[in-house]
Ligand binder design. Structure first.
Ligand code: PPE
Length: 313
């Protein structure tokens, strides 16, 4: 389960490395009142060559894209953010960590026209273990189809990773937890399967590996994209198509994907057993983690190695 964050030494805030406890904002921060922020979640993995950030450029590209969708100009270049994250990992002496860049409208403007509010950028890193529990990674988790729907593209932009949109995830997660489940799966407004509160979803049905298309009301997950590539390499080409709720009950395998959740098998949907984690899930899970840890040369371009001081001097 998720737990209280352990403090690291430093957080990067608007160009400065500040002490963890000093990374504070004003209570009239625009993003606090209206959810006007965008963010990313990345992981750095321990490899033989030191820490490496998984698909760093792809995450930064999505951050820029999310910001642009809400008319926010990030006052740092992608290269500056990349260097800041590398330095942050070095300064905190992490060999592996979760990475949370956030861009939000700061203090100085209230009301719903925020275009003059300053844009604040921060990057935090912390140790984050198995998002849905070690047991979940091993044995699979129990999910419940939520009574909450994924926000429709008519009202929000599902492909933007915006802070305010996570109120929907929070409602669904609390509901699932109160019901005794590990995670919620949300349908879209047309009753098609969309995603988890913080994960994309895949099913194996009659030997076919299926996931909702990237044009669905989902976040276009970086892990999802990685799984599509890995699965194809393993001889399981992924079919992107709509998934009906009932297909979750017929599936031989179901799993969730995300930076935090990595590849988490699902063992039960709405109290119906899916069965123990199957071969497709297991082989993708193994290969994904091996790619993250730099063990597979064919995926090495996904890794942004954090240069160590010894190499710099
Ligand atoms: N859907 C949603 C709604 C989502 O939040 C995530 C990531 C994904 C899909 C998978 O995307 P990707 O990480 O690029 O494969 N959720 C992030 C936030 C989790 C949190 O609790 O905070 C994450 O996994 O970092």
């Amino acid at each position: 389960m998720t737990r209280i964050v352990d403090k690291a030494d430093f957080i990067w805030l608007n160009g400065e490395f500040v002490k963890w406890d000093d990374a504070n904002v004003h209570v009239l921060t625009h993003g606090l009142h209206y959810g006007s922020g965008v963010f990313e979640g990345m992981r750095a993995y321990e490899t033989e060559r030191g820490p490496a950030i998984f698909r760093h450029d792809d995450h930064l590209a999505r951050l820029t894209h999310s910001a642009r969708l809400f008319f926010m100009d990030i006052p740092f270049s992608r290269q500056e953010l990349r260097a800041a994250t590398q330095e942050l990992i070095r300064r905190n002496s992490f060999s592996a960590c979760y990475i949370r860049p956030i861009v939000f409208r700061g203090y100085g403007e209230m009301g719903l026209l925020p275009l003059k509010a300053p844009v604040v950028v921060a990057i935090a890193v912390w140790r984050w273990g198995a998002y849905l529990g070690d047991d979940g990674v091993e044995r699979g988790i129990r999910v419940k189809v939520s009574s909450w729907r994924r926000p429709s593209p008519a009202g929000l932009i599902p492909q933007a990773k915006a802070t305010g949109q996570y109120l929907n995830s929070i409602l669904a997660k609390i509901e699932a937890t109160h019901g005794g489940y590990d995670e919620a799966v949300l349908l879209d407004e047309r009753d098609q399967v969309a995603e988890g509160t913080g994960e994309n979803i895949f099913i194996v049905l009659d030997g076919e590996l299926i996931t909702p298309p990237r044009t669905a009301a989902i976040l276009d997950g970086v892990t999802r994209r990685s799984v599509i590539r890995i699965a194809a390499d393993l001889g399981h080409p992924v079919r992107e198509r709509e998934i009906a709720r009932s297909e979750l009950y017929e599936a031989q395998e179901v799993f969730l994907t995300g930076t935090a959740a990595e590849i988490t098998p699902v063992r039960e949907v709405d109290d119906r057993p899916v069965g123990p984690p199957g071969d497709v899930t297991r082989s993708i899970q193994r290969r994904y983690l091996a790619a993250c840890r730099g063990e597979l040369p064919e995926y090495i371009e996904w890794l942004d190695f954090v240069e160590q001081p010894a190499n710099v001097s």
